[in-house]
Design a protein around this ligand. Sequence first.
Ligand code: PLP
Length: 443
Amino acid sequence: MNTAEHALLTEVFPHDARRDPRGVLVLGGAPVDQLIDEHGTPLYVFDEATLRAQCRAYAQPLVHEYPNSLALYASKAHLDPTIAGIVAAEGLGADAVSSGEIRVALAGGMPADRIVFHGNNKLPEEIEYALDVGVGRIVVDSLDELDLIAEIATERGGQPAPVILRITPGVEAHTHEYIRTGAIDSKFGLQLHSGAAEEAVAQAQAADSIDLTGLHAHIGSQVLDVEPYADSLDIVLDFADTMSERHGLVLRDISPGGGFGVSYSEADDPPAAGSFVEVIAETLRARRLESEPRLLIEPGRSIVARAGVALYRVGTIKEIPGVRTYVSVDGGMADNIRPALYGAQYRALIANRMPDGAEQLVTVAGRYCESGDVLLRDIELPALRRGDVLAVPAAGAYHMSMASNYNLVGRPATVLVRNGKALVTRPRETDADLMAAFAPVET
Ligand code: PLP
């Protein structure tokens, strides 16, 4: 095994990923040739031990740094009832952005009061549903939505709706870049600069049907520095001080959101989960607030990305002399839209055998009828043959949760592996499943 492959296996693949003596990749104790014999390809494999370890990577430092806290798993990254159950058993709550996500979280055993309901356009029936099941908090995204929630809660009578306001703090961060004064042009949140945030606090405080518990801000995704969180939190806490003086706001919940970066390749070096927690807790403690608010953090991809691996079967290999070699696999943009959507880059390795021969520069294309359906552009891989299996790591977040039926191809199966055993968490969609989704032709 060369050093690049070793680094990929130990830093980007799930914990304990290795090759067996035959050279076959082993995930969660299960050799991938057995997994695909049984479940076919493309296959999404989730390693339970990695998922649990990532939950603890946040939960444990929080216990030391700021015990009055709750880490919320961002369901949109990837959710099924089994994973919701694991995350709940690890003591986490969940963010949800639709009644569907709330339903799946509840079905897996997530307590309703640990669910936080987000979204910039929650439908009235979704707000009703969230109040019916008793979600912990609803995050208000706009003045318009505040009116809607207040109206619905007034009509229902009973307890006021527990809400948090999403503030746009003017800090936007993506990977290593962040902008201190930008990001006021966002479809999410109540802008501080325009006065919308203050107006929302005033209205919420005045509404009998609303119980305003705190403030939230989310600054971006795949953030690889800790400082933007301190900056954004300070801005929100300054705002909270002013709102307490002007409108009597009592801050019971504070949330700096999520977006903590992960490794997609062995070259990435994101801060450890504990470093994000430390900076956030330290910023909060430094304010010496009279009554300590509960801290909510929302790690999404950084809990589940590393737990997931996509397995694809190699099909057509086409060499265009002097131009490039295309290696086509049996999945692509319908199960992983990220490369086509925002140029996300991945690594891969041959999973069914020990790599041999010199590496070659190839482009791994998906099977879908779109030129942009390229999973890995210009990647060095050992010579591939039809029938080989390619494993793409860091595939747990925003793959299957964004998957489609483009070209009317069924979505891949997902399995959860533990101690060498695989549990099917989502069966592969067949052509019959696709046909069943349509109304019959009227004759
Ligand atoms: N919280 C909120 C409000 C978000 O909008 C997002 C994603 O955009 C997340 C948490 C999770 O982000 P990520 O999966 O990038 O960590």
